[in-house]
Ligand binder design. Structure first.
Ligand code: ARG
Length: 456
């Protein structure tokens, strides 16, 4: 088939080359942005007297009909076209005749594709931010529900110090709030219009870039036409934001996988978000969480792909840049899908607080508190640390926990010990005395919950 760009060449290309070259099978998802961009372009051409006002109206009307027909299914994509831009222009010209051929005045596919992708990703970023907010909301609600559920906090995956399940969940809320900030910031830089940069060197027509940008809801216009068509920083930033959010989801997923194992038994997921085994009848697997963890890898791959495509590209547009779309589409699709499953999975999960409390009893997670008890009575921390260490060592040999020893036994280690040591090492005291800002004490957790809610 001969091309719209037949001119210097016959426009007749080999079928294998055509397939290799074409992007319509993945860029057709930007059809709404492409058509809306063209409507704004036609409007601007008319307003500036570059084409007649009536011609602009005819183009806009024709584009509106194409949009409606694609939305209703009355018109379907022609995958023999090179890309979505060529497809729309072809249909428009078939329907309107010569006036359709005026649409591409003072425009190139180079600035057109940069425009479409910015518009598409702006919507995606908005949608993702809404979903991250919903997930944060679901997690903060669980944090509220379990704000007093004591569990061991871990370092090196070894029981370390007592926290509450609420406190631990709130840590994820903080990560997600930062993710929201990052996406919002990325949106700002994406929100400038490249249209009017044309192929690379602007145009001699008296265009009005601001008018077109305003009509499309952009904050402003890009300031250099060569940068306008070759900048894909906004793609890198979007995929980078997706990657970091995936990292957070993946860490959370990993904890869910651990917590739902028999070994921990801290959390029960709703049956709706687990699977069974085809051979082992007893199984309840956390497949959704595992997939979130697994899909994180492909989003990192998308980031590496786009960074590598851009590396070493001379200005301005190069066809390599067509490779920007599949990776960013995959990244936003994957993140969207993970958020969609994570939100209800969290909302329906249940904590087994009795198992958390039982785990908190073992592992000497109140040992720091015992050392702090001595320190507060005047013993230097390093000395108190040593005394406590030998008590823990002896308890392990005897199969005891700190609460099992009598006051007399404690006094044998150090005469400073008094009856009040038992309050100091009580788990509830250990948690609620940790009132430093950001700590697990009920008073602090309340503040964190209020902080997270104020940010949503
Ligand atoms: N399909 C192309 C892309 O995605 C559109 C821009 C093509 N421009 C060009 N000069 N061939 O990048």
């Amino acid at each position: 088939m001969s091309k719209l760009w037949a001119g210097r060449t016959s426009g007749v290309t080999d079928k294998v080359a055509d397939d290799f070259n074409s992007s319509i099978h993945f860029d057709h998802r930007m059809y709404q942005e492409d058509i809306k961009g063209s409507m704004a372009h036609a409007m601007m051409l008319g307003a500036q007297g570059i084409i007649l006002k009536e011609e602009a109206d005819t183009l806009i009307q024709g584009l509106e009909e194409i949009l409606a027909d694609l939305n209703s299914g009355a018109l379907s994509f022609d995958f023999s076209c090179e890309d979505i831009h060529m497809f729309v222009e072809k249909v428009l010209t078939e329907r309107l005749g010569d006036v359709g051929k005026k649409l591409h005045t003072a425009r190139s596919r180079n600035d057109q594709v940069a425009l479409d992708l910015r518009m598409y990703l702006k919507n995606q970023v908005n949608q993702i931010v809404t979903k991250i907010k919903a997930l944060t909301e679901a997690i903060v609600n669980k944090a509220e529900e379990y704000k007093t559920a004591i569990m061991p906090g871990y370092t090196h995956l070894q029981r370390a110090q007592p926290v509450t399940f609420g406190h631990q969940l709130l840590a994820y809320c903080m990560m997600l709030l930062r993710d929201i900030d990052r996406f919002t910031d990325c949106y700002k830089r994406m929100n400038v219009s490249p249209i009017g940069s044309c192929a690379l060197a602007g145009t001699t027509y008296p265009t009005n870039r601001e008018l077109e940008a305003n009509a499309l809801g952009f904050d402003g216009v890009t300031q250099n036409s060569m940068d306008g068509v070759s900048d894909r920083d906004f793609v890198v930033e979007t995929v980078s934001c997706c990657s970091l959010t995936m990292a957070h989801l993946s860490r959370f997923a990993e904890e869910l996988i651990l917590w739902t194992s028999w070994e921990f038994s801290f959390v029960e997921l709703s049956d709706a978000y687990t699977t069974g085994s085809s051979i082992m009848p007893q199984k309840k697997n956390s497949d959704m969480a595992e997939l979130i963890r697994g899909k994180t890898g492909r989003v990192y791959g998308d980031l590496m792909a786009i960074l590598t495509v851009l590396k070493g590209l001379p200005l301005a547009y190069n066809k390599d840049m067509q490779e920007d779309k599949e990776c960013v589409f995959d990244a936003v699709d994957t993140l969207n899908a993970c958020l969609d499953v994570c939100i209800p999975m969290v909302a329906t999960m249940r904590a087994k607080t009795e198992n958390m409390a039982a785990a908190a009893k073992k592992g000497f997670i109140n040992a720091t508190d015992l050392a702090d008890y001595l320190t507060k009575k005047g013993i230097p921390f390093r000395t108190a640390y040593k005394i406590t260490g030998s008590i823990v060592g002896d308890c392990i040999k005897q199969g005891k926990i700190l609460e099992d020893l009598t006051l007399a036994e404690y006094k044998a280690y150090d005469p400073t010990f008094e009856e009040d040591l038992f309050t100091a090492i009580d788990m509830v005291t250990c948690v609620n005395k940790r009132e430093s800002v950001g700590g697990p004490a009920a008073s602090q957790v309340e503040k964190q919950i209020a902080y997270v809610r104020s940010k949503l």
